[in-house]
Design a protein around this ligand. Structure first.
Ligand code: AMP
Length: 251
């Protein structure tokens, strides 16, 4: 049995009462790891570069082994961008190569670039028409209940590759789950952390890490998932938010 632990934190009160999103995290861990990870997540909310959270919500729930599915990790490739324009140009190409329409790609870029406030989840966009499919407003769809099968093995693997901070590792778990969802054919993301300018596109079974997706010190970031229609949005949302998924780096 594992435990789903989810944290979301905000400044200026709870998200639902207008607070600014500071940080969030989701893990699937053993009972033994609960105290340590809980402490780490609280520290993360209180010491974030975006500011100190004054609202933190932690949710811990048991997850039965029989309900968990195991999926492979996307393979990672890095594109070294000259500047943000070049990063976005290549992001558009990676998405177009997955069959996502020009209008859907442009709408996604416009959505992310015009966000006045950070969402805590992602926007779902129709990969053909470019129309937004979810009705979650500024909350977005928050992907949850996922982790590496073996966190220590994954950490060793990424340390050896030189990716010692947890951005890439957490994003790869999320992106692997998102692309495993029925009807999702791509994702576009860059972080809202002001000092983290690397973003990614995942599509065609690959995680394209793109080294410049926003200007340094910008706190504007977000995620868009591209969805093939027709689709049952409720069951897609249920998969993304509730289906427990373990990512095995050896598959
Ligand atoms: P981050 O990479 O954590 O800075 O996140 C960048 C943006 O992605 C956030 O502002 C959210 O809009 C979105 N996001 C972060 N975590 C999730 C998640 N678990 N599910 C869906 N969207 C997320």
């Amino acid at each position: 049995m594992l435990y789903s632990i989810r944290m979301r934190s905000a400044q200026g009160g709870a998200h639902e009462h207008g607070g600014h999103h500071i940080s969030g995290a989701e893990r699937l861990i053993t009972k033994q790891d609960l105290p340590q990870i809980t402490e780490n997540l609280i520290k993360r909310a209180l010491n974030h570069e975006k500011g100190r959270a004054d609202f933190i919500r932690l949710t811990i729930e048991e997850v039965k082994s029989k309900d968990i599915i195991t999926i492979p990790m996307l393979k990672m490739e890095t594109y070294t961008a000259m500047d943000v324009n070049d990063g976005h140009k290549n992001a558009r190409e990676f998405l177009a190569n997955a069959g996502i329409s020009k209008i859907a790609i442009e709408n996604a870029m416009i959505y992310l670039l015009s966000l006045q406030e950070n969402m805590r989840g992602a926007i779902l966009i129709d990969a053909t028409t470019g129309k937004r499919l979810d009705d979650t407003g500024m909350r977005g769809i928050r992907v949850s209940r996922m982790d590496f099968k073996d966190t220590l093995q994954a950490k060793k693997h990424f340390d050896e590759l030189g990716y010692t901070d947890n951005h890439v590792q957490e994003a790869l778990v999320l992106a692997s789950k998102v692309l495993s969802a029925p009807n999702v054919i791509g994702e576009l993301c860059w972080s809202d952390d002001p000092n983290y300018i690397i973003g990614y596109v995942s599509a065609n079974n690959a995680y394209h890490r793109i080294t410049k997706m926003k200007p340094l010190h910008s706190n504007q970031g977000g995620r868009v998932f591209f969805v093939k229609t027709p689709v049952d949005i409720n069951s897609l949302q249920n998969y993304l938010e509730r289906q427990p998924v373990i990512v095995d780096i050896n598959l």
